[in-house]
Design a protein around this ligand. Structure first.
Ligand code: ACO
Length: 469
């Protein structure tokens, strides 16, 4: 026991996203924007959202119970649990404490950790905390758990199509198939008002969309350069895009991911890295004298670098884009859902690969870090993680709703936000069995959840109640 554990990282993962979704193409027509604005302009296919039955707590209850069950992990074996979320349901009581219901049932109340919040970065902060715990002298030999859970909803307007919702649970321990290369890491933290939630009466953020795009790219530049510098100091050679097999980005919408990877190609060009061939150098040369401010604003550079990056993007990024395009921005879960897409698409060929992750949370906090993958052994193997997450089936079995129904749900949720004294719909036909759902919020604002039973085919109220309520 104690410090100096080897290959600390992610042993197991489970993802949950709501079964209700709306097609971006249908949204375009409904809102009346030009055809292609959300699907090509933002690069998004579909948007998942919570109905009145679901929230960040129910989604994380579902993800955690499912992870423990499917990997055969005894809840007593968990020694630390941290949650990353920016969806505020209570200003004091952490989401983690709701999850304790799972563990109290088995008499395990000896679990450290609470919630971390900073926009989409909270999940990464939670993950680092748990990894650091396992690597520290206070580690007691048990597993850690990290949960990223968010419901991303925006007011009507240009940001609304960049919503989404999901929860991801990750089991942390030594000898992991997804191991941190802890030394290869670069962060950039600063004070900006690009996206924030000052209005505590509303779930919606205040967002300066254009500023948030520039802040994201500036943070990306800075983190990448720092990671490169650290790598070079340790390895004694230059780091470039050729030194990693996959690049996974926090994905508010796919177009920004395309631009981000193109930006890294441009940085490699400026650093005169070997990853950039002569033909690409010629295409990027006209932009080499731009100041960084000018370079963020240059449409010509954006186009040229995207052209240069295209084939590498298809190889190193495209396999990570499935879930973010299909579900939307999941805030803290977004980066890890992109990573889950990679495991889903490439699980049989990932042994030995290096994956670079970029986490961004507005306000702002950002880190680029590195994973080294190996197949691992059952149940903690890359192929089993892909099997358990069962991404294709989860995506296929969703229910598409009309934009009208989506807007109606948003209105109901606005009305319910911060409210008390209500019960939710008895119609649970759309949520899969084994899923947790909100049953009521009582006069003391206490929230109660239930689990949809495996044999529940009717809409009768026969789920399993949590906490004996
Ligand atoms: N066909 C194809 N493309 C189109 C069409 C069309 N008919 N119409 C517009 N477009 C393109 C535009 O050219 C633009 O592409 P570009 O970025 O390559 O120039 C793209 O669609 C977006 O259109 P814009 O008018 O530039 O932007 P819009 O007003 O729609 O807002 C934004 C987009 C800023 C992303 C908005 O959705 C938003 O604020 N989202 C939330 C903030 C966010 O996600 N920021 C990212 C980092 S912070 C975070 O993670 C929360």
């Amino acid at each position: 026991m104690g410090s100096n554990q080897k290959d600390v990282g992610i042993l197991a993962m489970e993802i949950y996203f709501p079964p209700t979704c709306v097609q971006q193409e249908a949204l375009e027509a409904h809102v009346g924007v030009s055809k292609g604005k959300y699907t090509i302009g933002l690069g998004q296919d579909c948007l998942a959202f919570c109905s009145e039955l679901e929230d960040v707590i129910s989604m994380s209850l579902t993800a955690v119970t499912s992870l423990l069950e499917k990997y055969g992990v005894d809840p007593k074996q968990i020694g630390r649990l941290e949650v990353g979320s920016e969806t505020v349901i209570d200003k004091s009581k952490s989401i983690k404490t709701f999850l304790m219901q799972i563990f109290e049932e088995c008499d395990n109340t000896d679990i450290e950790g609470v919630d971390s919040t900073n926009a989409c970065y909270g999940g990464t902060a939670a993950l680092f905390n748990v990894v650091n715990w396992v690597e520290s002298s206070s580690w007691d030999g048990r597993y850690g758990l990290v949960v990223c859970t968010d419901s991303a909803v925006y007011a009507e307007g240009p940001a609304r199509p960049t919503g989404g919702a999901a929860a991801i649970a990750m089991l942390i321990g030594p000898d992991a198939p997804i191991a941190f290369e802890s030394k290869f890491r670069g962060s950039h933290m600063s004070h900006v008002y690009d996206f924030y939630k000052p209005n505590l009466a509303s779930e919606y953020p205040v967002v300066d969309g254009k500023l948030s795009q520039t802040c994201y790219l500036m943070a990306l530049d800075s983190c990448y350069k720092r990671l490169c510098a650290k790598y070079e100091k340790i390895q004694g050679k230059q780091f470039s895009l050729s030194d990693a097999d996959y690049f996974v980005f926090h994905s508010p919408y796919n177009k920004l991911v395309q631009k981000s990877f193109a930006r890294l190609c441009f940085i490699d060009f400026l650093r005169n890295a070997s990853s950039v061939d002569e033909a690409s150098k010629a295409k990027l040369a006209p932009f080499s004298a731009l100041s960084s401010e000018e370079s963020y604003a240059s449409r010509d550079l954006e186009k040229a670098s995207q052209t240069v990056a295209k084939s590498l993007y298809d190889e190193k990024v495209q396999p990570t884009t499935l879930i973010p395009k299909q579900v939307g921005n999941m805030y803290t879960a977004s980066l890890y859902a992109a990573f889950a897409s990679l495991l889903h698409n490439k699980n049989s060929s990932l042994d030995g690969k290096r994956v670079i992750m970029f986490s961004y949370g507005s306000g702002l906090s950002s880190t680029m870090f590195s994973f080294r993958l190996r197949e691992g052994s059952h149940p903690f193997s890359l192929s089993n993680i892909a099997t358990v997450m069962d991404v294709a089936r989860k995506l296929e079995s969703r229910h598409e709703v009309t934009p009208e129904k989506f807007v109606e749900t948003m209105q109901l949720m606005e009305h319910r936000y911060g409210g008390k004294d209500f019960v939710t719909s008895k119609d649970r036909s759309l949520i899969p069995s084994g899923t947790f759902y909100l049953t009521q919020v009582d006069s003391m604002y206490r929230r109660f959840y239930s689990k949809k039973a495996g044999n529940e085919t009717t809409t009768a109220d026969n789920g399993t109640l949590l906490n004996g309520h």
